[in-house]
Design a protein around this ligand. Structure first.
Ligand code: NAD
Length: 492
């Protein structure tokens, strides 16, 4: 069985902390163990990152970008291997895992543009013979704490820009699927990244807290559940760190009466059930405006019933298992409770069994309607392949539902009606919005950012994080000689 090490100062380091089993969600069998870092190991990573900082910050932008170019090529070359590592520990299908690696590559490509994107501004004659400029410095040691659901992509959405901007990085991946992160760090070293610039430290809450509290850490990025996002935000802010944290979601898709019901059913099924509903941008609530609810429910049900649930490595699997036994039990009991509370199960495959994988954490596609707005199945993020369908009469009502929900990560509308789209774009209370797009994750050149309890802090990931990973310095200069004292503080 594999033993997943830490990656510190350009080398694998075996920890001496508690050993955690990494389980294959399709079989419930351990595929690896990972050490939770003991305090000395965490300290070694911080020391390596702090020591590497000056050298990396002084490395020309173009040389940093050149490392990222080589890294991008290595990621593509090793895409199949990386996807297999993700599937073994996360459970998603190989195809989906390869897609995740592709999305990670998008972020690296954005960061390769660092030489064109990291720049300040200069204004001439801001006073008599005075010029003012702003320049951008890297911030130092940056921390990235990432969730299980995109074990490769989320960390690289943070690290690519952080590294391009001249920072050193410590990545604390999810303990549920950390294997791919070590391979990624290895590829960065192979691409020419100096030792200590990227480090991976494994562990849980205590590891995260030690990393946040340490004075060598300057900036904290987190992606995961909202509960932890809020804790991490508060802790890092209290310690005086710059911090951005991204949390959970309950993404609504509004379907207008004119929308093509076949297209809507395809898109809803792909978004709600793909990756077993474990994408933060998955649609988990459909809000159908007007009379098309029944035909859409019928078509979604037909798709939900025929989706092939199985192990991620099995050819033809469309939906793999969820990540853990705890997640499986949580989702199943939420479905059960919603039904007991009056919801109608249009499709309930939540207790699906997969032949030859009886111990796997499978939850099949499930469609609920008549779910009370107060029900946890509507209020909470289930993070499983469960779609809640509401019927409303007007777009206003649909927008009101979205506005009143605690989460505001993403939302979509399906229609050809321009006026409805304009109203939706203007009024919807979510950070990432789709128009006839069911998983509206913006491309890397824009940003990942949620509203309400879906994010804390004011910077997004990817292109928006250049400002997070740099700090400005404002320089006011004049080169003529000014003689004579002046004790006033005059405007220029
Ligand atoms: P999680 O909050 O359980 O864990 C995230 C990370 O925090 C892990 O590395 C974990 O080890 C660490 N952690 C757990 N408890 C901690 C604590 N008390 N203190 C400090 N660190 C702690 O999340 P998860 O289950 O791994 O991921 C799923 C969640 O991530 C979902 O809520 C999903 O919506 C969210 N997510 C959000 C986005 C986004 O862009 N908003 C993207 C992906 C995933």
């Amino acid at each position: 069985m594999r033993s997943i090490p830490h990656w510190i100062n350009g080398a694998k380091v075996s920890g001496s902390g508690d050993s955690i089993d990494v389980l294959d969600p399709a079989t419930d069998r351990p595929v690896a163990t990972v050490d939770a870092a003991d305090p000395a190991t965490v300290d070694a990573a911080l020391a390596a990152a702090a020591a590497a900082f000056d050298g990396w910050a002084l490395t020309p932008l173009s040389k940093r970008a050149a490392v990222l170019y080589r890294f991008r090529d290595l990621m593509i070359e090793h895409r199949t291997e990386l996807a297999a590592l993700i599937t073994a520990e996360h459970g998603k299908t190989l195809d989906d895992a390869a897609g995740e690696v592709g999305r990670a590559v998008d972020s690296i490509e954005l960061a390769c543009g660092g030489p064109a994107l990291v720049h300040g501004r200069t204004s001439l004659q801001t006073g008599p013979n005075i010029d003012t400029k702003s320049v951008l410095h890297p911030v130092g040691v940056c921390l990235g704490i990432t969730p299980f659901n995109f074990p490769a992509m989320m960390g690289l959405m943070m690290a690519s820009v952080a590294l391009a901007a001249g920072n050193c990085f410590i990545w604390k991946p999810s303990e549920q699927d950390p294997g791919v992160c070590i391979r990624i760090a290895e590829l960065l070293t192979e691409a020419g990244l100096p030792d200590g610039v990227m480090n991976v430290v494994n562990g849980r809450q205590e590891t995260v807290e030690q990393l946040i509290d340490d004075p060598r850490t300057q900036a904290v990025s987190f992606v995961g559940s909202s509960r932890v996002a809020q804790q991490v935000y508060a802790r890092a802010a209290a310690a005086g760190k710059r911090v951005q944290t991204f949390g959970g979601a309950k993404n609504h898709m509004v379907v207008m009466p004119d929308a093509d019901t076949e297209v809507v059913a395809d898109q809803l099924a792909s978004s709600a059930f793909g990756a077993a509903g474990q994408r933060c941008m998955a649609i988990s609530v459909a809000v159908i405006v007007g009379p098309t609810a029944e035909p859409i429910l019928e078509k979604v049900a037909e798709r939900a019933n025929r989706i092939r649930v199985g192990a991620g490595i099995t050819d033809g699997t469309e939906v793999g298992p969820v990540v853990s036994r705890a997640a499986q039990e949580r989702i199943r009991s939420s479905v059960k409770a919603a039904i007991a509370d009056g919801a109608r199960a249009v499709v309930d495959r939540s207790t699906v069994q997969v032949p030859d994988f009886e111990d796997g954490y499978f939850v099949g596609p499930t469609v609920l309607t008549d779910v009370a707005l107060t029900s946890p199945a509507y209020q909470e993020e289930l993070f499983g392949p469960v779609l809640v369908v509401h019927r409303v009469d007007t777009l206003d009502e649909a927008l009101e539902l979205i506005k009143n929900h605690q989460y505001g990560n993403g939302a979509s509308i399906f229609t050809q009606d321009g006026a409805a789209v304009a109203a939706f774009e203007h009024r919807v209370s979510a950070g990432m919005v789709g128009v006839n797009v069911a998983i509206p994750v913006p491309v890397a050149a824009y940003a990942v950012q949620g509203w309400k309890s879906s994010a804390f802090g004011d910077t997004g990931l990817n292109n928006a994080s250049w400002s997070f990973y740099t700090r400005p310095k404002y320089i006011t200069s004049r080169w003529d000689s000014v003689s004579g004292t002046d004790f006033g503080f005059r405007p220029n």
